[in-house]
Design a protein around this ligand. Structure first.
Ligand SMILES: Cc1cc2nc3c(=O)[nH]c(=O)nc-3n(C[C@H](O)[C@H](O)[C@H](O)COP(=O)(O)OP(=O)(O)OC[C@H]3O[C@@H](n4cnc5c(N)ncnc54)[C@H](O)[C@@H]3O)c2cc1C
Length: 393
C-alpha cells in the first residue's frame, strides 16, 4: 500500500538519536550567553559527533558527503533541528551556507567547486547570497545590480540589502543583470564575488525586530566597480533565474519542517508553563481558553506537518516541478501556523514571554521573517491560485 505514514526502523533510530542529542546537548546551550567564538568552541565536539554518525550536511548529494536521504527523511530530520536555532549549524545545515552549498553543487564547475564549495563544506569558508536590493525583492525582474564584461573580467555595480551572513562571509553569490536588452529571465546571472574584493562596502546590519542576528547579520552592501574574473560566472551568462529556482526548491521544505519543529517546541513550552502557573484559583491550563488554544495548536501542527511531508513526498516521487503547488502551500502555511502558535505561547507566558528569558520572543521574530524572506505569502498564494485556475481555464 503506497499511503504509508510509518518510518522504517533503521531511520527511526537515527531520528531518535537526533532528538536525544538536540534535547540533551544543544538546547541546554540556549541558557548560556555565548559569543561567536565561544559558540564555535562549545559546538566543535558536537559537530564531530554528528559527522561520525554520518549526519553532517545531510541535505547534500552523496558525492558531496550528504546522505542521499530524499526530501521526506530530510523533512523529518529538519523538524527535529527546528526546535532550537543552534541545532542546524551543529548539523552542517545553517542558512544561508546550506542553500549556497546546494546551489554550488548544482551550478558550479569542477574548478569552482574546488575553490569555493569544498572549503565551504569543510567550514573553512562562509558564504552569503546577495539577491535582494532596496528596490527589488519579491519581484526579482526589477534587479538593478549590473555586471558588465571588460576583457577577462566582470565589473559589478549595485546595492544589495538583507544579505544574511554578509559581515562574516568570505564570498558572496551576487545576482545581477548581465544583459539589460533581453527579458530579465534571460539577462540575469549569478557571479561568485570574494567578500574582500576592492569596491565592496558592508555598511550596516539591518535589524530584525531589534535583533541584529549577530554574528552573521543581514547586511546592507554596495558594490562599486568590483572586478572579478569571468571564470567566476555560475552555470553561464543569463542563467541566474534557473539557478535561483534550484536553490529555492528543496531548501524551502527544510525551512518549513524546521518551523513545524519550532511550533511544536512552543506548544510544549505553553503546555508546561500553563500546567505549573496558577491564576484566579486554578492552573492557567485549566482555563477553557488555554485548552482551546492548545487543541487548536495541535490541530494546526498536524495539518501543516502532513502537507509539508506530502510536498516532500511529491518532490521525491514526481520532482520539484510536479510539487510546485504543494511547495507554495507549505510556504504559506508553515510560517503562519508557527507565528500563531508562538504568539499563543508568548501570551501564556505573560510578560516573560516577550523577554529573552524564554526562547519565544526570538522564535516569533524568526518565524515572522519567513513570511517574507522565503517570498511573501501573497506571491505564493498567487502561484497557488494560478495553478488552481489553470485547471478550468
Ligand atoms: C531576516 C531576513 C533575511 C533575508 N536574507 C536574505 C538573503 O540572505 N539574501 C537575499 O537576497 N535576500 C534576503 N532577504 C530578503 C527577502 O528575500 C525579501 O524580503 C523578499 O524577497 C521580499 O522582498 P521585499 O522585502 O523587497 O518585499 P517587496 O518586494 O517590497 O514586497 C513587499 C510586499 O508587497 C506585497 N507584494 C509583493 N508582491 C506581491 C504580489 N505579487 N501580490 C500581492 N502582494 C505582493 C507583499 O505584501 C510583500 O510583503 C531576507 C529577508 C529577511 C527578512
Amino acid at each position: 500500500m503506497a499511503w504509508d505514514f510509518s518510518t522504517e526502523p533503521e531511520f527511526a533510530e537515527k531520528l531518535e538519536w537526533m532528538e536525544e542529542f538536540v534535547r540533551g546537548e544543544i538546547i541546554p546551550l540556549e541558557v548560556l550567553d555565548l559569543d561567536a567564538a565561544a559558540f564555535e568552541r562549545a559546538t566543535a565536539p558536537l559537530k564531530e559527533e554528528v559527522k561520525a554518525r554520518g549526519l553532517w550536511a545531510a541535505h547534500l548529494p552523496p558525492e558531496l558527503g550528504g546522505g542521499g536521504f530524499g526530501q521526506v527523511r530530510l523533512g523529518l530530520m529538519h523538524e527535529i533541528l527546528g526546535q532550537c536555532v543552534y541545532a542546524p549549524p551543529v548539523f552542517g545545515n545553517n542558512a544561508p551556507d546550506s542553500g549556497n552549498a546546494e546551489l554550488l553543487a548544482l551550478g558550479a564547475t569542477v574548478e569552482q567547486k574546488k575553490q569555493w564549495l569544498e572549503p565551504l563544506l569543510d567550514g573553512r569558508l562562509r558564504s552569503a547570497f546577495s539577491m535582494t536590493e532596496p528596490g527589488a525583492g519579491a519581484d526579482p525582474t526589477l534587479l538593478a545590480t549590473r555586471a558588465e564584461r571588460d576583457g577577462d573580467e566582470y565589473v559589478i555595480n549595485g546595492h544589495k540589502w538583507f544579505t544574511s551572513n554578509g559581515s562574516v562571509a568570505d564570498f558572496l553569490i551576487v545576482m545581477c543583470v548581465t544583459n539589460p536588452d533581453v527579458h530579465p529571465y534571460a539577462g540575469s546571472s549569478m557571479i561568485l564575488v570574494p567578500a574582500d574584493a576592492t569596491g565592496i562596502t558592508v555598511h550596516r546590519p539591518l535589524s530584525v525586530f531589534g535583533y541584529d542576528d549577530a554574528p552573521h547579520g543581514h547586511m546592507d552592501i554596495t558594490l562599486e566597480n568590483v572586478r572579478v574574473p569571468v571564470s567566476n560566472m555560475l552555470l553561464g551568462e543569463g542563467r541566474g533565474f534557473e539557478i535561483a529556482q534550484g536553490r529555492l526548491g528543496p531548501g524551502r521544505i527544510h525551512h518549513c519542517m524546521r518551523l513545524i519543529g519550532l511550533a511544536e517546541r512552543a506548544l510544549e513550552l505553553m503546555s508546561k508553563r500553563t500546567l505549573q502557573r496558577v491564576a484566579f484559583g486554578k492552573p492557567i491550563a485549566a482555563h477553557g481558553v488555554t485548552q482551546e488554544r492548545i487543541a487548536e495548536a495541535r490541530i494546526m501542527i498536524e495539518q501543516a506537518r502532513l502537507l509539508t511531508l506530502k510536498a516532500a513526498y511529491m518532490m521525491d516521487t514526481v520532482g520539484n516541478k510536479g510539487a510546485r503547488g504543494e511547495i507554495a502551500m507549505i510556504k504559506v502555511v508553515a510560517p503562519n501556523i508557527a507565528c500563531q502558535i508562538i504568539d499563543w505561547a508568548i501570551q501564556a507566558h505573560g510578560a516573560g514571554g516577550v523577554s529573552d528569558d524564554f526562547p519565544l520572543a526570538y522564535a516569533y521574530a524568526h518565524a515572522r521573517t519567513l513570511r517574507l524572506a522565503d517570498g511573501p505569502d501573497e506571491v505564493h498564494r498567487n502561484a497557488i491560485a494560478k495553478l488552481e485556475l489553470s485547471r478550468y481555464a
